[in-house]
Design a protein around this ligand. Sequence first.
Ligand SMILES: NC(=O)C[C@H](N)C(=O)O
Length: 540
Amino acid sequence: MLSSVQNPRFLLLHLPPKHLHFATTKAIHTSQTLALSPSTSPSVSQILTLRHSLLSRRSTAVELAEAYLARLRRTEPQLKSFLHVSENALKEAAEIDRRIERNEAVGPMAGVLVAVKDNICTADMPSTAGSRALEGYRPPFDATAVRKLRESGAIVIGKTNLDEFGMGSTTEGSAYQVTANPWDLSRVPGGSSGGSAAAVSARQCVVSLGSDTGGSVRQPASFCGVVGLKPTYGRVSRYGLVAYASSLDVIGCFGSSVTDTGILLHAISGHDRFDATSSKRQVPAFTSQFISKDLLESKPLKGLRVGIIRETIDDGVDPDVISSVCGAACHLEALGCIVTEVSLPSFSLGLPAYYILASSESSSNLSRYDGVRYGNQVVAGELNSLYGNSRAKGFGSEVKMRILMGTYALSAGYYDAYYKRAQQVRTLIQKSFKEALDNNDVLISPAAPSVAYKIGEKKNDPLAMYAGDIMTVNVNLAGLPALVLPCGFVEGESTSLPVGFQMIGAAFDEEKLLKVGHIFEQTLQGCNFVPPLVADDFPC
Ligand SMILES: NC(=O)C[C@H](N)C(=O)O
């Protein structure tokens, strides 16, 4: 136990806001975090490095693809991040080499190996959403995000594991396999985009796509020590994303640096006529300033207002996580930010509202898997039995539970008490974020209340698993963008485990989040966290 003087949580909760800078300064001294000890290497953009070596003809796209595929093959038996590995990756790489050879223009992501969560449609590989209901399903089209990636020259290396239909926080809910955390193989990588986070963390790919309905990109990014970005709702087309809860679902990005994450976001963003909820706003060149040498010298964060969300520095959060997040706040303060505490009184209501709304929407969205319109069919004599048997066999227990919860919340006698109430809470949450972001440039919080936990630890306790989403669900209810960045390590039994913090911005202001995140990681002298599993390939 830390004493009250050592314990940053105590300091944060008991000091008036004007003393917060003092609290966070103390916090960094008590934190073992920002001394980024295990296997850190300079925070370089893998995408820019790869592009440089391709265009300067130092290496070929085929050589780069072979290196990633070799690491994938070596680590995959332990990790199980992928459900399908592409058979076309080397062929696509050879085509890029041919274009470069002929001095033809290549896209900004030429030769970049991207892994795609298996609930995002790809025409050349199955897309199962982690469910038996879609076992063997091969979509006739690419999701818009995937199409855009291919147009920018990226190579889709494979499809990654997830909790069935995105419902879960550990990847244990996949109907196929459990993915391990590259930092400690006995622990979960988080979820539901655990495969995509583990694949970037273990450098099985350069960047990856996930989806985030209530934290599915941000929590696994934190557990696996990588950068995770949930864009504003509407920034990226959802066309070709298997629907879980349509008013909350977004496609998000994983990278090992903020630059890579921003480049990936740029490649997939923009309006799409196939998704009426996609925004017509212009897409900024998110990372264009990053290469400027003056950026870091010009004190770019001076005066930037950062609010720590008071309700997230709470008794239920692991003290080591709080130390790390306070350390991050302290680092931002040292960079010239004005850090204060901010209260979002409706914050704790977000979790129950999220689970009512997400389950309700999923009960409607998943009604299409009846074995006739969608999903594998279990033949039965009579039509209702065919529907029933196909659904009973196709869905796992967590999915069935959510459909039941959602159907209950939407049913005539209970609609006002649950669904309508949850929508009212959603409005309250949107308002309180709006107010907080009128007075602050960014808000910060832990990305999750704990570091990665043991496989099996919460599998039979759904409420404990749901409670782990407390830091992230509010952001989806408000439709805002949020960036998760590694900010330290906590000592596990056998190895160190990464901790991430979350930065939330105003709608469509991903540019600011990425800029602050980039400066944060660069001034930490590198936070490309590399897990022991592959550290030999990346000597510091
Ligand atoms: N899909 C998500 O964002 C994950 C969240 N834990 C859920 O189960 O709903």
